[in-house]
Design a protein around this ligand. Structure first.
Ligand SMILES: [Cu+2]
Length: 151
């Protein structure tokens, strides 16, 4: 039974290694399809932090756009305004949802239009050194626009 116990030990080690390495899981990642003549888009997802430490999403990158930034939305004079943020904090054993009207990964200066049904690959960088490659489908998302009327 020597062989069997060795195999069991090996698989247990492998299993525990996978668990410890899996600090983050990403759920429901998707990227907004672009209407014609739109140079920008955004990615949304749920980021789960399974570790006992608070971590920060500090950057994102992708080949699809000239620049990739972390953004949030804030209400200002009755209008939703986007602004760049340095980091998105995900508390220990908690999660953060990147969604329209809130945090998002912003793609600026797209090299080509994003068509629904295709996929986009981008990378997330965390302050603990972890990097995650996300392969997200492109979906049509209707934007809720709050326009300010002056007349
Ligand atoms: Cu934005």
């Amino acid at each position: 039974m020597k062989l069997a116990s060795t195999l069991l030990l090996t698989s247990t080690l492998l299993f525990s290694h996978l668990i410890s390495a899996d600090t983050f899981t990403i759920e429901n990642a998707h990227v907004r399809a672009t209407p014609p003549h739109t140079q920008n888009s955004a990615a949304f997802m749920l980021i789960n932090n399974h570790s006992d430490k608070s971590v920060k999403l500090v950057a994102a990158s992708s080949d699809i756009a000239a620049r990739v930034e972390l953004h949030s939305h804030t209400m200002s004079d009755g209008m939703m305004k986007m602004r760049q943020v340095d980091e998105i904090v995900i508390l220990a054993n908690d999660k953060v949802e990147l969604r329209p009207g809130s945090f998002h990964v912003m793609f600026l200066g797209l090299k080509s239009p994003l068509k629904a049904g295709e996929n986009v690959i981008f990378k997330l960088y965390f302050d603990n050194g972890d990097e995650i490659i996300v392969d997200a489908p492109i979906k049509k998302i209707t934007m809720q626009k709050k326009m300010k009327h002056n007349n």
